[in-house]
Write a protein that binds this ligand. Structure first.
Ligand SMILES: [Mg+2]
Length: 390
């Protein structure tokens, strides 16, 4: 038996080159502000957090989080670490409840739940390493020969640029493609037409035999959504993602009664948050991120809840902590996949910090049976492009 000896958190600040933000690149919650300043501020993350949980036998489990890393680090160091030192990692459910219940007054959502997520993911990685099994084997095992993925990029740019990006991506035979809207309520009728032209242009390239997902990243409102949805229907979108802000569950529920399935959940937390979304029939596709929602322990419960509602779960962002959920649950049909590229939004940092995340080959990715834990390790290849705060 091994017990938890120490917890080590690091904030990784990207100091390397970044792709400069473009106008009308992706709508977001900040678009409504009169003084928008940096219009992409609510959509860019150039920091990441790693959380290493070490057992007294020497094995180290690695967790991560991408939301507000300096604050999540402080929360782990100050509040969560003292709660888990000396515990047996296989008491993961008890540890989770202890972290949740002892910080409930402030920890239920946001920073607190993100911190719990990072610690919990590290504990699952540690359990896998202690028994020499991949995490998906601890969660119920393989439910697919390999994981189909959809290409997630196609930010709003000029139509020729977006079409050539889709042409290039098509060579890898993805099962679906997700694009982002660049225009919202502030851009009026002209912007609405610009949005629609781009969807039409992408369908021209990818055809109708693969899925097309549409993403507004909370940059619209209910009125705008009601007006544009009938114009989008003919392009047969697989889903419309986060059309309104995450707190507007009634808005989600209304739109989800319309012709295009609504997806969301990457900004929702815990089993209780998802119960609310499902009770209200607010989403047709569930998109928690394991590194926000409460870790693998919480995500597995949400999968069970979703199964009872017979709804698919397609976690936000892909990445190893989510791929293991997808592999081990029959109601996770496909994974999101961010192709590796220069640092733009910040999702890319994952691939500069960790080694071992699988590449998509011919539209699929594979999780190996031979790895222990999640199968990722912290890389030293790009250390020169990070400032690390311990
Ligand atoms: Mg999204």
């Amino acid at each position: 038996m091994a017990n938890i000896k120490s917890v080590r958190t690091k904030v990784w600040n990207w100091t390397g080159p970044t792709v400069p933000p473009q106008p009308n690149f992706c709508t977001n919650a900040g678009d409504v502000l009169w003084d928008r300043g940096d219009a992409m501020q609510s959509f860019r993350f150039h920091q990441w957090l790693t959380c290493e949980v070490e057992a007294d036998s020497g094995e180290i489990g690695i967790g991560n989080a991408a939301l507000a890393p300096p604050l999540v680090k402080e929360a782990i160091d100050r509040y969560y670490t003292p709660l888990i030192i000396g515990e047996d990692p296989f008491d993961y459910s008890y540890i989770w409840e202890k972290m949740y219940r002892k910080t409930l007054a402030w920890g239920r959502k946001g920073i607190g739940m993100t911190a719990i997520s990072a610690v919990d993911i590290a504990i699952w990685d540690l359990m896998g390493k202690l028994v020499n099994k991949p995490v998906f084997k601890l969660l119920g095992g393989r439910t697919k020969e390999k994981i189909p993925v959809y290409y997630s990029k196609l930010y709003s740019r000029s139509i020729p640029d977006m079409q050539s990006e889709a042409e290039e991506a098509k060579k890898n035979n993805y099962q679906g493609y997700k694009t982002r809207f660049g225009f919202g309520p502030k851009d009026g009728m002209h912007g609405m037409r610009e949005n629609i032209k781009r969807i039409e242009a992408i369908r021209e390239v990818i055809g109708y035999d693969v899925d097309l997902m549409l993403e507004a990243y909370m940059g619209w409102n209910i009125d705008y959504s009601r007006r544009i949805i009938p114009k989008l229907e003919k392009f047969e979108p697989r889903w419309l993602e986060e059309p309104v802000i995450a707190d507007d569950m009634h808005g989600y529920a209304e739109l989800n009664r319309g012709p295009i399935p609504i997806s969301g959940g990457e900004h929702e937390y815990s089993l209780f948050g998802f119960r609310q979304l499902l009770d209200m029939q607010a989403v047709s596709i569930i998109q928690y991120d394991t590194n926000r929602v409460g870790g693998i322990t919480a995500a597995q419960k949400i999968n069970a809840l979703a199964e009872a509602y017979q709804l698919p779960v397609i976690p936000h962002a892909g990445q190893m902590h989510n791929y293991h959920m997808t592999m081990s649950n029959t109601n996770c049909p496909i994974s999101e996949y961010f192709p590796v590229y220069d640092v733009e939004i910040g999702n890319e940092l994952f691939y500069y910090i960790f080694e071992g995340d699988p590449d998509a080959i011919d539209g699929y990715l594979q999780l190996e049976e031979s790895v222990s834990g999640l199968g990722i390790s912290i890389s030293d290849k790009h250390l020169g492009n990070f400032e690390i705060i311990e």
